[in-house]
Design a protein around this ligand. Structure first.
Ligand code: TPP
Ligand code: MG
Length: 371
């Protein structure tokens, strides 16, 4: 990686910077402290996301799920790793490729699957679908379909922490395509100016729909853009959950401790098309490119190998976890299938009807706020 003006040197420990060779991210302090149970939990989360999405794809192909379905398959270690570092006052927000983050924060497969089936038992009562998973009680603020639309919202969540005097950060995920949106530039300026504890995590999977990074971004080192806003940044790989945790921990700790934004670019890959409707995803990239990543950098295989090698997992315990999450995903599809749709009487609730009507709070412009 080329030298940078403002690359982060924010390390609570003496961990090396991006680009320096770290042989084994399992040995860095944030990871060395993980128990066997913690590591197996990470494995279960990553595998659970994969099996959940495979089951959703099946349901989509059976015509049970309508609308869009953006699969996260291949990127699982990013959400699992970052979310595993969240503390009480930390918040998270992302774009439409949101299933992995939702399951990682602890949303149930049932409420997520039912949401995609458009059922009333879904996390957004079946009115949002795949792109709009929400769990405010878990500090998970969605699920947004407007590219980069979540970035000013993420800044707002982090601003609220500062305003309330709480020590925490907001992790705001975005794609490599979203970095070119004007709203993101405006947000970078403001969070730097005001010292807002937001960590922007660019999940750079190399493509925005069918457009490769080289065709969409003049400067392919996306994190470098932070220099223009006097924001610290770093870059890491996203297939090794321990590497993700190491870099995300530095970024999140700094945001919490110093009340400053951070831009972390994580290089990852999606195996499937942009959405399930993108049947041509082997036209804008080669089959070999996909296979190569699967073979060498599949986050599940990489983690399994690491955990078997250090004695945290055996082939048997790995198979058991696999069976459990697969059964859970199947049960979620059954739950979704059997759940009712929203009653007609609720067709206009939860869709901002209230904002358009003369309630006292909307007249005062304080609808979403306490008096
Ligand atoms: C403002 C806006 N412009 C265009 C779109 C259409 N669109 C949906 S996803 C997408 C590509 C985004 O790619 P990236 O940010 O890399 O995220 P990824 O899909 O790879 O996770 C585009 C252009 C949109 N949803 N919103
Ligand atoms: Mg992308």
């Amino acid at each position: 990686m080329s030298a940078a003006k403002k690359k982060s040197n924010a390390t609570a420990t003496k961990a090396p910077s991006a680009g320096d060779a770290i042989d084994d991210f399992q040995q860095t302090p944030i990871n060395a402290g993980l128990s066997r149970e913690d590591k197996c939990k990470l494995y279960r989360t990553i595998l659970g996301i994969r099996r959940f999405e495979e089951r959703s794809l099946q349901a989509y192909n059976q015509g049970k799920i309508g609308g869009f379905l953006h699969l996260y398959i291949g990127q699982e270690a990013v959400a699992a790793g970052v979310v595993s570092l969240m503390e009480e006052n930390d918040h998270i927000i992302t774009a439409y490729r949101d299933h992995g983050h939702a399951l990682a924060v602890g949303m149930s497969m049932n409420e997520c699957m039912a949401e995609m089936f458009g059922k009333h038992t879904g996390c957004s009562k079946g009115k949002g679908g795949s792109m709009h998973f929400f769990a405010p009680e878990k500090n998970y603020w969605g699920g947004h379909g407007i590219v980069a639309g979540q970035t000013p919202l993420g800044a707002g969540l982090a601003f609220a922490l500062k305003y309330k005097g709480l020590k925490g950060c907001c992790i705001c995920f975005l794609g490599d395509g979203a970095v070119n949106q004007g709203s993101f530039m405006e947000t970078l300026n403001l969070v730097s100016l005001w010292g807002i504890p937001v960590v922007f995590v660019i999940e750079n999977n190399g493509y925005s729909m069918g457009t490769s990074l080289a065709r969409s971004s003049a400067e392919e080192n996306l994190a470098h853009r932070a220099d223009g806003f006097d924001i610290e940044w770093d870059v890491c790989e996203g297939h090794d959950v321990f590497e993700v945790r190491e870099y995300a921990n530095r970024a999140m700790s700094r945001a919490r401790e110093e009340m400053k934004p951070f831009l972390l670019e994580i290089r990852t890959y999606r195996y499937r098309g942009h959405s399930v409707a993108d049947a041509n995803h082997e036209k804008y990239r080669t089959k070999e490119e996909i296979e190569e990543y699967k073979k060498n950098k599949d986050p599940i295989n990489v983690l399994k190998e690491q955990l078997v090698a250090d004695g945290s997992l055996t082939e048997e315990s790995a198979s058991k976890i696999n069976l459990e999450v697969k059964t859970e995903a199947d049960a979620a599809a059954k739950f979704a299938e059997q759940s009712p749709v929203a009653p007609r009487s609720e067709i206009q609730t939860d869709v901002y009807w209230e904002v358009d009507n003369d309630t006292n709070n909307s007249l005062k412009g304080t609808y979403f706020f306490n008096d």
